[in-house]
Design a protein around this ligand. Structure first.
Ligand code: ACO
Length: 427
């Protein structure tokens, strides 16, 4: 409990009220306003949640000023370098990195639950072939709510655990099938001799009729992409998952809500938008015109992949992805990729431009990830689907954390600005 307080003076009412200040283990403290409305008949107003801690959480910490990202206390750079995505998934969902025995059990569970129910596959045929993969994923993941009647006591730790494993395990197959369906290729099932990232690649790119060799460097890059996108505290999609879950909704429906939110271009859809932007810019000599448009307040154009609500410094994930992108391009003989040349030059020019410096706008995780995914063979419409595969670990971790709490349903209030009381004409 808190022993420091903030005092608000409501000068027109001639009284003041002390509010407790809650301290976390890192980062800014928070004024506890939970009883403010009942005690003072006044609410806080924070559209966009710029100054609001919506919950307590022990999963991920971001210091946006310093460009620091920690998963359960560990710096993202150390994790991305030394640990696999399944180890990270264990860390995020359970709180600790697994020892070898815990990892073996965890990976065995993920392999056991990675198949799609045959009836789930029939849902795909209901979608148009040209549907966006995220539209398909929202539908298919939501539809999973109608399965698993045997394990739907989501207040029981066993059923919570099984739902978490099912969601993480099935998501690569769901994403890959949304792609293979769109090109008319029969799906490839998971191959349990492969690790998580390699399995995703073989389901995406392999033909069911012949063996598929997974390139180890691309598998390593995929693993890193999944790790770097696994969680990012209370972003829009995670907050959506938590809010849906606060009503006690089915976890598959909650994750479908997260996928819907992630799809937007201001969130996970940005890497697709970055690639479109780089293609439109075309060549480094056209960059100054793009920078001028981004700075023009009358022009809705923004430099996609730049800026972040929390980071006012270089996004540490972007630095890691930039280096992996260089490695993968070199490995594939694409050192002279024109999109990469344009991106590097765009970054250089923007970071020396007064507009971007003063507003602390740096490349975010999406700036290079599209170039990397494209080089690996992913069509741009699949970029956000890859993000969803990774972020499912974070969504599930937050869902599990929320299930341990007892604060009830999330129900914000509003500052009403509509008509005052009026009556309909009785004539
Ligand atoms: N290009 C040009 N100007 C920008 C950009 C940009 N990419 N981003 C922010 N600005 C400007 C704004 O116009 C604003 O200027 P002003 O103060 O003169 O009005 C100022 O910088 C602050 O921007 P806000 O919109 O208030 O910042 P906010 O925190 O709301 O937005 C966001 C963050 C949505 C990420 C924004 O920077 C943006 O639209 N970036 C491009 C989209 C993108 O890359 N999204 C991915 C985010 S990462 C993720 O979700 C995984």
């Amino acid at each position: 409990m808190s022993n420091t307080f903030a005092t608000f003076e409501f000068t027109d009412e001639q009284h003041s009220h002390a509010l407790p200040i809650l301290k976390g283990t890192l980062g800014p403290s928070a004024i506890d306003v939970r009883n403010m409305y009942s005690n003072q008949d006044i609410m806080t107003y924070d559209p966009g949640f710029r100054s609001t801690a919506s919950c307590q959480s022990g999963i991920t910490y971001i210091d946006g000023e310093k460009g620091v990202l920690l998963y359960r206390g560990y710096p993202i750079e150390e994790l991305a370098e030394r640990y696999s995505f399944t180890q990270i998934a264990h860390l995020l969902t359970s709180g600790e990195l697994p020892d070898s025995q815990q990892l073996a059990v965890f990976e065995k569970e993920l392999r056991r639950y990675n198949l799609l129910h045959d009836q789930v596959l029939s849902f795909y045929k209901g979608f148009r072939r040209d549907a966006h993969p995220m539209a398909v994923m929202v539908g298919v993941v939501g539809a999973l709510s109608a399965f698993y009647q045997d394990a739907q006591d989501y207040n029981s730790p066993d059923d919570q655990h099984r739902a978490a494993i099912r969601l993480i395990a099935k998501m690569p197959a769901i994403a890959a099938a949304s792609y293979t369906y769109s090109i008319g290729r029969p799906i490839r099932h998971p191959d349990n001799s492969l690790n998580f990232a390699s399995n995703f690649l073989q389901m995406m790119f392999g033909r069911p009729s012949e063996p598929y060799h997974v390139d180890p460097l691309l598998a390593k890059a995929m693993d890193q992409i999944l790790t770097l996108h696994a969680d990012h505290e209370q972003n829009a999609s995670t907050s959506t998952v938590r809010m849906a879950a606060s009503s006690g909704a089915n976890p598959f429906a909650c994750i479908a809500a997260g996928i819907a939110t992630l799809w937007g271009p201001a969130h996970g859809g940005a890497n697709e938008a970055v690639l479109n932007m780089l293609e439109n810019i075309g060549a480094p000599e056209n960059i100054p015109a793009a920078i001028a448009r981004a700075k023009d307040k009358k022009d809705p154009f923004r430099l996609m992949g730049f800026g972040h609500r929390v980071y006012r410094n270089y996004d540490p994930r972007s630095a890691l992805i930039r280096e992996t992108t260089k490695q993968v391009l070199a490995h594939l003989g694409m050192e002279n990729d024109p999109l990469m040349a344009t991106a590097l030059e765009l970054e250089r020019i923007a970071l020396s431009d007064e507009y971007f410096i003063s507003k602390k706008l740096y490349p975010n995780v999406d700036f290079y990830s599209g170039i990397l995914l494209r080089a690996m063979g992913f069509p741009s419409r699949m970029f956000t689907a890859v993000f969803a595969v990774a972020r499912t670990v974070g969504w599930v971790s937050h869902w599990l954390e929320l299930k341990q709490e007892a604060h009830g349903i999330d129900r914000p209030r509003q500052l009403y600005t509509g008509p005052t009381l009026r009556h309909v004409d009785k004539r």
